[in-house]
Design a protein around this ligand. Structure first.
Ligand code: RFL
Ligand code: PHB
Length: 391
């Protein structure tokens, strides 16, 4: 087989890149280790920046999100149960975010692919990248016990944090930065109306909590837990008791304690690998960087990466110019690092960690109080939350 761009991974980064390349007339094949059903069963992000909303429209896959997504003009922060609002629209000159599940967005992208008969090879085992430093790279895998060989011009590594792409870059040329937080998020999805019209991020002495949603009838809640916690120790009632305590007395009575339909623990990590290009391989999304979920930035960063990459590849094939490919890594990383900063900061201000002393805890509270009382401070939070502009 031969294609122009071989894309590893059919998460949001890989599928959106494939869709954008298709619009630009660039040919590609997507290889995914899991089945389509498995990819759709992973419950992850829920908050989409305006930049990504516009990109989905441009890629021709925004219609259902426009119909079913919930536009949020603000979000809330609770400090020991006292809630204040960040008015995104007023503080950013009219910008908002859209609540629409990553699974729904992935489904829309998958449907667009099947509608145009695009090549996605699911359940591709043993994916390996070859000749990345040459002019003739290739990708191999095993599908249904048969070997597959794909010759290509470029490889896009969109295969997430645990994928094979980043590992194909020699350690000597890759610089990495990492912070692993000693906590995770225990998340519950349930069919019940949300406790509030907008999200509530809560800083509480017992630990962080978040009230989020997927629709008017489906809620998503999280509580910060230790990394050694086991799911079987968290029956629904214990989860509801804990999230109620942390969200506070005004919010707790509005929580509908429905049976969980999904429950999982996600670790918290900050990570960046530089550069995001090696020879003919380009990394995008979680393959190159991870943020703790507090800022709701992971999916959105994956999208800005593939926007920059699709532009660079389209220019290469249209005009034969490789300057966009050469500047891709620096351009993407400039936005990535700012989102890393915001996600780290928001996590540090709202979570409780064992090594924090009384002074640090007090600083968290005064920082949040400053945001509550200063329009300038709130505007900084809002500008980052709605997403920094694409350059
Ligand atoms: P993905 O989604 O991990 O997809 C990578 C795909 O590559 C496949 N793969 C391979 N395929 C072939 N060969 C191999 N060797 C392979 N190895 C892996 C995988 O099976 C997979 O299908 O990465 P991508 O596309 O870069 O997308 C990133 C986002 O998924 C991620 O950043 C977000 O989910 C993060 N995130 C959030 N982001 C937001 O912008 N807003 C949010 O509100 C938000 N909330 C969250 C989140 C992530 C969470 N978890 C579980 C980590 C909430 C949570 C709880
Ligand atoms: C979610 O709804 O899953 C969600 C929302 C906001 C975040 C993280 C996750 O910051």
């Amino acid at each position: 087989m031969r294609t122009q761009v071989a894309i590893i991974g059919a998460g949001p980064a890989g599928l959106l890149l494939s869709q954008l390349l298709h619009k630009a007339g660039v040919d590609c094949i997507v290889l995914e280790r899991q089945s389509a059903d498995y990819v759709l069963s992973r419950i992850r992000a829920g908050v989409i920046e305006q930049v990504l909303v516009d990109l989905l429209d441009r890629a021709g896959v925004g219609a259902r999100m426009r119909r079913e997504g919930l536009v949020h003009e603000g979000f809330n922060i609770a400090v020991e149960g006292e809630v204040f609002r960040i008015d995104l629209r007023a503080l950013t000159g009219g910008k908002t975010v859209t609540v629409y599940g990553q699974t729904e967005l992935t489904r829309d992208l998958m449907e667009a692919h099947s509608a145009r008969g695009a090549a996605v090879i699911y359940e591709a085992r043993d994916v390996a990248l070859h000749g990345l430093e040459s002019d003739a790279p290739s990708v191999t895998c095993v599908k249904d016990e048969a070997g597959v060989h794909i010759a290509c011009d470029f490889v896009a590594g969109c295969d997430g944090f645990h994928g094979v792409s980043r590992k194909s870059i020699p350690e000597s040329v890759l610089q990495t930065w990492e912070r692993v937080y000693p906590s995770g998020w225990l998340g519950v999805l349930c069919d019940a109306p949300p406790c509030n019209e907008e999200l509530i991020y809560s800083r509480h002495e017992r630990g962080f909590a978040l009230a989020s949603m997927r629709s008017h009838t489906r809620s998503r809640y999280y509580v910060q837990v230790g990394l050694d916690e086991r799911l079987e120790d968290w029956p629904d009632e214990r989860f509801w008791d804990e999230v109620s305590r942390r969200l506070g007395g005004d919010v707790a009575p509005r929580i509908t304690r429905a049976a969980s339909i999904e429950k999982s623990i996600a670790p918290l990590r900050s990570f960046v690998a530089e550069p995001m290009r090696h020879g003919r391989l380009f990394l995008a999304g979680d393959a190159a960087h991870i943020v703790p979920p507090t800022g709701a930035k992971g999916l959105n960063l994956a999208a800005s990466d593939v926007f920059y990459l699709s532009q660079a590849l389209a220019r290469y094939y249209r005009e034969g110019a490789s300057d966009g490919l050469d500047s891709y890594s620096a351009r993407a990383l400039a936005r990535v690092w700012k989102a890393e900063r915001f996600s780290w900061w928001f996590t540090s201000m709202t979570h409780q960690f064992a090594d924090m002393d009384a002074f640090s805890r007090r600083m968290q509270r005064v920082e949040l109080d400053y945001i509550r009382s200063s329009r300038a401070a709130a505007a900084v939070v809002a500008e980052n939350y709605v997403g920094l502009p694409l350059d």
